[in-house]
Design a protein around this ligand. Sequence first.
Ligand code: FAD
Length: 403
Amino acid sequence: MEDTILIVGAGQAGGRAAEALRRGCFKGRIVMVGDETHRPYERPPLSKDVLLAKDDTTCFSGWLHDASFYDDSAVEHLNDSVAKLDTQRHIAILASGSELTYDKCLIATGGRARDIEGIERSARVVSLRTLDDALRLRTLLIGAKHVAVIGGGFLGLEFAASARARGIDVTVFEAGSRLLARAIPNAFAEKLLEKHESQGVRVIFDAGATSVRTHDDAVIVMNRTGTSQFDFCVIAVGQMPNDEIAHQSGIAVDNGIVVDEFCRTSAPNVYAAGDCANFSLNANGRRMRLESWQNAQEQAIAAAKNMLGVETPYRPMPWFWTDQYDWNIQMLGLHDDSIDRWVLRAGADEKMLLIGLRENVVVFALALNQGGDLRALRRVIEQAKPVDADRLADPNVKLRQII
Ligand code: FAD
């Protein structure tokens, strides 16, 4: 008899894993349990295209597969929630009360928007994680004049850019003293701030102690700069991993579900991938969760291969992008405090490449409106060899020549 593979979570990682299992010629039963009513979709359009599109009917096109894919590929998609795994007996207990027996299981439960203590959600104090959230926000944007965003991270800034494109006044309250402190270099954070301010966004820093109250048709935001009224408020202060089912099932959890390089959790035959998984980038690297499209895609595919017995270590080169106004920002590698030198390769018309080196070895690159250059830099980063930083800074020297 063929095995049954259970996929918990019908998001990007869950959907891609199902596809990869069939591509890998898995002939057994695949059951994918997801607690959203939709089939798997990609989330990046939620803060961009969905909020920007003029037409409701075409505002979302981020489905992972055609609706027919699941029947055609014999992937059973149940709209339910997995409450717990009995990892000894290989049984999943669903919220509906039913049970599912599995041979192997992939946990791909993603994450959820982080709450702020003391700030209660309401119809006007909202977050953005799901397609339903995005469609609700789209409705709220219609007729809104002034919105507040708590959190100056990628999501908050993408939302701000989308709201400005609709002519709505936006105030961003950021707890830190600069934008995106851990994710991007300071020099670029300043440039990004200038961009948002030039587009009319008001950014208030050091706004950690902000309180938000819903009153009839408005929200009142209070902080050190005073009290202001908005039509609604978006909470965008990061994400929490959905790792509770692993924790309750006795599987090791530490800021996400702990997996090894083969995406295996501490329980036999249970794997994890995507935003919920905590893994090590390389043999000596620190553990982390990557909350990105690339990670959901590639780790899910690696997990599927490993579940099929094709040993596939997962060692990604982190890549992330964000779109804000006419800016496409892409990042490759890891940005951290160990970077001891920055090289700027300026291009024309709001194009640039910012390259971070550690002991003359390129470890990170940020491209503004020239993501194509990251392809050449990927090889430079992979090689992990010292380079001539002056040549790297010279736009007349082709990146390919540096390798
Ligand atoms: P998810 O897509 O979150 O899927 C997990 C699914 O599991 C969800 O449907 C969840 O409801 C379900 N689930 C949870 N618990 C259970 C349970 N117990 N039982 C059943 N189902 C369960 N990344 C980029 O690189 N670039 C971008 O521009 C970008 N933009 C983004 C914009 C937005 C608005 C958001 C929210 C994310 C964005 N990302 C972006 C990040 C990227 O979309 C995520 O990293 C990716 O969706 C993670 O995929 P996942 O499958 O791990 O999790």
